[in-house]
Ligand binder design. Structure first.
Ligand code: CIR
Length: 252
């Protein structure tokens, strides 16, 4: 069970962040309203949510998930793979050190939290354009010291591992077609996002409730087979910047 979350509101320069999307620029007012709804949703699931102020000069800093990997024992401060995001970690050290002892990914390792998926005592570490082999190796070594096993998965599609693969409870992974049947997740039942609904793979399990993005009805029907409560949240203004439900918080 999670008891806390750390989030950060997007700032006035939010639309200057990194994106591969061809969608129109995000509407900051709407993004802020969506952020408020996200925070209220986490609170309704029993979490105390810390909302950090916008970080001037870091337009992607609302995607706090990329700055750390948090377990029950430790917070591993990441070393984001995009140079423009690297110093986002500086303003996360204080908030995270209030909750956990810290460890760090060191140069030449790079690692984005969006590439890291935890399922109980096991971690899946995506090696992507943001997370390199050295970052993955360093994280696996730190986690091994706390009794966690790690498996490395090459992220050949999507920005981060969790853009395409998430644990949705009941021994089940929600995956895009690109990851379906991947040998590393063969012990899990798999729900494959229907064609055109790949974005819905970024569904977040919090304290037994699934939070999924609004607008993916065929994925919703498949998720209903899990018999878990489902909440839909509109993340349209985060999708425009390649972000979504998992990246907007660190859960601890
Ligand atoms: C980026 O490209 O880094 C941001 N615009 C989006 C990061 C999304 N983070 C995530 O999925 N964990």
């Amino acid at each position: 069970m999670f008891s806390h979350a750390i989030t950060r509101i997007p700032g006035p320069d939010y639309s200057k962040g990194l994106t591969t999307s061809t969608l129109p620029a995000p509407d900051l007012e709407l993004a802020l309203r969506q952020h408020g709804a996200y925070v209220r949703c986490l609170e309704s699931l029993g979490l105390t949510v810390e909302v950090l102020p916008a970080a001037p000069g870091f337009p992607d800093a609302c995607f706090v998930e990329d700055t750390a990997v948090v377990t029950r024992e430790i917070a591993v401060i990441s070393r984001p793979g995009a140079p423009s995001r690297r110093d986002e970690i500086l303003s996360m050290i204080g908030p995270l050190s209030a909750h956990r002892p810290l460890a760090r990914i060191e140069d030449p390792g790079t690692l984005d939290g969006g590439d890291i998926l935890q399922v109980e005592k096991r971690f899946f570490i995506g090696v992507s354009d943001r997370t390199n082999e050295e970052g993955a190796r360093q994280l696996a070594a730190i986690l091994a010291g706390h009794g966690y096993e790690s498996s490395i998965i090459k992220v050949a599609a999507g920005l981060h591992l969790k853009s395409s693969l998430n644990f949705v409870g009941e021994n089940t992974m929600l995956v895009t077609r690109d990851f379906a049947g991947h040998p590393t997740i063969s012990n899990f039942r798999q729900i494959i996002c229907p064609e055109g609904e790949e974005y819905a793979a970024n569904t977040l399990l919090v304290n037994g409730t699934l939070i999924m993005p609004t607008g993916y009805p065929r994925t919703r029907v498949l998720l209903e087979s899990l018999s878990l409560p489902i909440v839909e949240l509109d993340t349209s203004e985060y999708r425009k910047m390649d972000g979504g439900l998992t990246c907007l918080s660190l859960r601890l």
